[in-house]
Structures are given as C-alpha cells and as structure tokens.
Design a protein around this ligand. Structure first.
Ligand SMILES: [Zn+2]
Length: 96
C-alpha cells in the first residue's frame, strides 16, 4: 500500500505536464489512432466522419456514430472535449 506521505511528496503541480503535453499537441492529430469510448473501435482520426457546420467541430465514431471529439475555437479560447475517446495514440516520427 502506498504511504500517503510519499504520494503527497511525489505530487506535482500540473504545470509540470506542460512539456510533455506540448509534445503531443504539436503533432498532426489527424494521423493519431482514436479509440471510441462507446464501442472500442480504433481508427485513424482522419478516417472519422467530421461535422463542421455546428458551433464546434464534431468528430464521430465511424463504427457507432458516437461523438468522439469536439473542438471549438473562438475569441481567445480553444476547447477540446475528448469524453468520447477512450485512448488517443500518436506515433512520433523517429522515435525508437
Ligand atoms: Zn464507437
């Protein structure tokens, strides 16, 4: 069992994730493999149907049509809802 004091000492402010997250969000996510949280289907994000005429971009699962991703930009905000994505896998070019 984990000692609560050890866990507290290992906890960082989420700002420490800025570097790793910056690596993720500078890649072309359309080549990422997205796994649907609803049915478990895995496919390249680019192979998913996109509905761009809504207030947000809406990406649906090609298998069950559940919403996998919503993205909205406007003003000084970007919003990304990935509730419908169980897993997003990005292969980094040149990584071993
Ligand atoms: Zn699905």
């Amino acid at each position: 069992m984990t000692d609560p004091d050890d866990a507290a000492q290992r906890r960082l402010d989420a700002n420490a994730a800025a570097g790793p997250l910056a690596e993720l969000f500078t890649v072309d996510l359309t080549v990422a493999m997205a796994t649907c949280a609803g049915c478990g289907n895995t496919a390249p994000l680019a192979a998913h149907p996109l509905y761009a005429h809504a207030p947000a971009l809406v990406v649906r699962c090609p298998n069950c049509a559940a919403v996998v991703l919503r993205f909205a930009s406007g003003g000084c905000r970007l919003r990304l809802d990935m509730t419908g994505t169980r897993l997003l896998t990005v292969s980094l070019a040149g990584a071993a």
